[in-house]
Every structure is written in C-alpha cells, then in structure tokens.
Design a protein around this ligand. Sequence first.
Ligand SMILES: C[S@@+](CC[C@H](N)C(=O)[O-])C[C@H]1O[C@@H](n2cnc3c(N)ncnc32)[C@H](O)[C@@H]1O
Length: 479
Amino acid sequence: MFNHLFSAIYQFMTRNISSHGAGPTVVVIILTCFVVLAAVQYPLVFPWLQSFFPPGSSALGVQPGSQTASPLAHIHDMQKIEFGDGSNRQRARLRVLKQLIKTKGWERDTSHPRRRLLAALMGFLEYREKMEEGVQRKRSGWAKLSVRQKEFMSTVPYAEKLEKTSALIRENDILAHKIIDYGLSYYDLTFTELLSFRSAHKNDTRPVSDHTSVVQSLKHIIRDWSTSGSHERDVTFPQILTTLKKFYPDAAGRGNKKILVPGAGLGRLSYEIAAMGFETIANEYSFYQSLAHLWMISIPNSTPRDSFTLYPFINWWSHQRTTASLLRGVVFPDTLLSPPALERLSLIDGDFTTAFYAEFGTYDVVVTLFFIDTARNIVDYLDKIHAVLKPGGVWINLGPLLYGTGPWVEPSLNEVLAIAERVGFELVPTEEKWGADTFVDVEQWRGKVRGAFAGYSWDQDSLSRNAYQAQFWVATKKM
Ligand SMILES: C[S@@+](CC[C@H](N)C(=O)[O-])C[C@H]1O[C@@H](n2cnc3c(N)ncnc32)[C@H](O)[C@@H]1O
C-alpha cells in the first residue's frame, strides 16, 4: 500500500534533487517521510504506527491492486492457499505469487520468476535515466558540429527538439511509475525491495534489465489499447473473433469454453475474447509485457476514454517525416473495460511450454497471434498447443514466420504445416475474405491458409514500414 508513496517520493527526489537541486528543508522533509513510511512498512520498529494504516488501506486513496487485491495476497505461508477458492483471476494471481517465493539462490538464478520480475520492474524504474542517456548522446553528437555547421543547423530548432524530448521522457516516466506501482501491488512486492534489488544490481557487468523491452512494452500500448493502433487490430482480430463465433454461435454457452492465448502481449485480443463471453486465459512469459498489461486492465472503467497520453516515438529518431510526428502523443485507452469481461480474463505468467502441464486436454481453443515464431523449438510449441487442447479442440493461428534469436529449427511454412499435421492437427477451410490463398498450388492446403498484410508496432507517420504477410489458419485436434 505504501508503494505509491515510496514511488512518488522517489520520483520527486530523482526529479528535483538530481536535476535542479533542493534546499536542505526539502531534503529533511523527504527523509522524514521516508523514515515514517519505513516505520510503517516495518511495524516491528514502530508497531503503533501501523494501527493508523491497516493493511489494504491506501494513503493516497487509490489502491493499485484494488481490483485484484485479495486478503490472501498477504498470506506469506503460501501452503495455506486453497487454489480452489476465488475467481480464475485470483487463482492465476495466487499461482504467480507462489512462483515468486524466494528459493535458495533465487537472486543469482536469472530464470527465477522473482528475479525476472524485479529485473523488469527495475527496467521501468530506469526508463527515464536510460532514455536520458540516449538524449545526452544526441546532445554530445550535436556539440561536435563546427560553429559553421551549427549556424546552418540554427535554421531548425534542433536544441529545442532535444529539450522537448527530455520533457516527454518525463511524461512517459509518469506512466512507467504507474506501471511499477500497480505491478508491485499485484505481485505483492514493496518499493523498498525493488530499490534494494536495483542497488544490488546497478553495476552488474551484464545489465539485469532490458531497456529495449521497456520501450517495446510501452509502445505496445498503442497496438493494443489506442485508436492509433486499431489499423493493426482491424486486420488481425476479425478473422480470429469471427472463427470463435462460428465454432460457438451460442453466446450463452461460451462461459464454459476455455480459450488460451499464449504470448498475449498487452492483452487486447484476450480481453476481446473474454468480452465475447469466453473464459479466457492469457499467458505471457515477459514480465515487461505482463506489467503493462496488468496496469492497462486495472484502469477503472470510470476513467474516461483516452485519459492518458504516451509519447511512443521519441526513442527512435530515424524515419521521421517531421519533428511534430516524432514528438506527437498517442492517447489511450480507446475503450472502457467491461468488469464482467475482466472477471472472465486471467493472466498466467510463465513459459507456455511448461506452464500448462497440469492442464493438458482442458482447453477448447488455443489462439496464437504473432506467437509461434517466437519459439526456440517450434515443434515443442506445436506439440504443446496440441497437448493442452481437448480432443476436437480448435487452434487458430495468425502471424508471420520471423524466427527470433537462437531457434533450434527454422522450418518453412509448408514444413510447419506438415509437422502440425503429424502432431495431430487437421486444417479446416477458411473464408476467402481473410486473405490470399497461400497454397493455391498444394491440394491438401488449398483454401485453408490465408495471407494478409498486417503491421506490427507500426508508426503510420513513419517513413518506414514494419509489416508482414501474416498467415491465418484454423486447425482442429484430431479425435
Ligand atoms: C511478437 S509478440 C506478440 C504479442 C501479441 N500476441 C500481439 O500480437 O501483440 C510475442 C509475445 O510472446 C511472448 N512469448 C515469447 N515466448 C513465450 C513463451 N515461451 N511463453 C509465453 N509467452 C511467450 C513474448 O514475450 C511476446 O509478448
């Protein structure tokens, strides 16, 4: 509950003390606040103080975890948690809280969920600093120009652009802190733990946090939750949602159908599926994505649409037609979230290939959007998608074949399909309107696999394009 205050004080200190200097009085006030808050966090030192702030209350009147906060979150003996209780959302949260428990050597284990989560939170915490380093490099580059060249450049307000970028970084940093605050609350961590993790790892030779992942996950807000990103959703969501509707036309019966969305990113597709009435499980490995996803869906639906502004393009000065487009803000969220839909939506953190062993044969549908090519071992993905489905279950895929770092195997699309059939899938015909027939020349797949132009985190004002001929298919698990 004090994460907000710690975080606010931290932000205040980093902003005012580091950049502008502060009088001794301000420093004394801030340190006093820290001592008081620390005392409240550690009631053993000042037990009487805690009585003013019972667990679950919020000194700011805003409880980041209010939609998800559960009294169980404060049970530290996780053995006592009954996983059969509560909503799916609550169970999913308790499941990750259990995984976050400190085990021997967790701090050195880069795959331990607690360490991965703290690393992601640290990434958001360092957003401003890392971004500023980039601006500083640009300032230094500019300073290297000769007086004559600077004179030429004086025709454009380049110095002003640098200053404006710094100002917008500070705006984005406010959002980064909202994500941190909510994440700490959801995952039952404290800001003090985050700060001590940061000081323990600040000077590691290999950085523990990935700044690019922070930037990407902020940018993903646009793809998933803004009107500006609707051009990406409009060419990918309809075929998926229409297919679900076709298989399950009776809206009333959808509540009993379990849909799994691995690699859910910031969760818009999962949310839309839940909004159709399905029990939807979003799965995501990256805490960078999950943190932003969780904050997004925590925004109360009393908050008007487009209440927040992100400046997503300031990190990438290439391909900008105008400075105005580089500096422009994008408003979000474009929709008010429906509480019943949120009740049907849960997030399971973790690696898709290992997170669902206990749920083999239990899902009605698996939806993979821009996901299967993230695999190091795509055969394992196909096998696990098949394994989690019920007999007769449906797999809906849409996405490119852009293999990432270090894949073990890189089959071409025809090979992916052949392997999928061998694993036990049967492709079904898809409608012409979803794109050009990719295998018009292969009888067995003719009319089943369709390619359509789809962007991914694509800035429509940019002079470059990041888009794919994304492949759509629907397959059923053979009985
Ligand atoms: C290309 S992104 C697509 C995200 C989202 N489906 C969309 O279309 O916006 C792939 C996502 O899969 C996640 N991911 C990669 N490997 C994963 C795994 N083994 N288990 C779960 N998620 C994974 C990544 O973190 C990333 O968020």
